[in-house]
Design a protein around this ligand. Structure first.
Ligand code: FES
Ligand code: FES
Length: 204
């Protein structure tokens, strides 16, 4: 059979062609393997908006939540658990209205990520009274001394005051003022707050 003049003539197969083809194929396979290995090592990107499942222990109870990883402890308490006692004053760590206890140490809920408190004990103002409703001595002392006016700062003041006493920083009026200085009161109930803390200290 004769070859049509429109068909290309097969290229002559030479030793040079063979070697060139072999080298190129080997390099391609090696590069492909390397890029696959790199892709396997590369950490998978996490969408920060994807809900994060966490278990928070709040006021003695385990609470399961699915939260945006950027959710603050304050928002988790208020918006997701309905514990609205802790207040959002500034949301910038400046007023102390959001103070809660984390393993008995005071922290600002607005500056703490909810995801970071897993495994720790969170205590809010709602968790202070006894199961029968008896108020914590600090809560009672605030009532006895009229240590609030509008009450917006009061949950943070009470929680902070308990830690202040437990830390041993309530030995004098000056020391109480110093160690309660992170809790602002726009109604300026400061003298009554100091008096309440002194009363509760003797009962705690
Ligand atoms: S709301 Fe957290 S410090 Fe003001
Ligand atoms: S009682 Fe009003 S801000 Fe403190």
């Amino acid at each position: 059979m004769t070859r049509s003049k429109h068909h290309a003539r097969p290229q002559a197969w030479s030793r040079r062609n063979f070697l060139a083809t072999t080298v190129v194929s080997t390099m391609s396979v090696t590069l492909l393997e390397r890029s696959e290995a790199k892709a396997a090592q590369r950490p998978t990107r996490v969408d920060p908006r994807a809900p994060l499942k966490i278990t928070m222990r709040v006021n003695g109870q385990d609470r399961q939540l699915a939260l945006d990883a950027r959710t603050t402890l304050l928002d988790a308490l208020r918006e997701h658990l309905g514990l609205t006692g802790s207040k959002k004053g500034c949301d910038h760590g400046q007023c102390g209205a959001c103070t809660v206890l984390l393993n008995d140490r005071r922290v600002l809920g607005c500056l703490t990520l909810a995801a970071s408190v897993e495994g720790l004990e969170v205590t809010t103002i709602e968790g202070l009274a006894a199961p029968d409703g008896t108020l914590h001595p600090m809560q009672q002392a605030f009532i006895d001394h009229d240590a609030f006016q509008c009450g917006y700062c009061t949950p943070g003041q009470i929680v902070s005051a308990i830690a202040c006493v437990n830390e041993g920083h309530a030995e004098s009026d000056a020391e109480i003022r110093e160690h309660m200085s992170g809790n602002l009161c726009r109604c300026a109930a400061y003298p009554n707050i100091v008096a309440a803390i002194k009363q509760a200290k003797s009962e705690m």
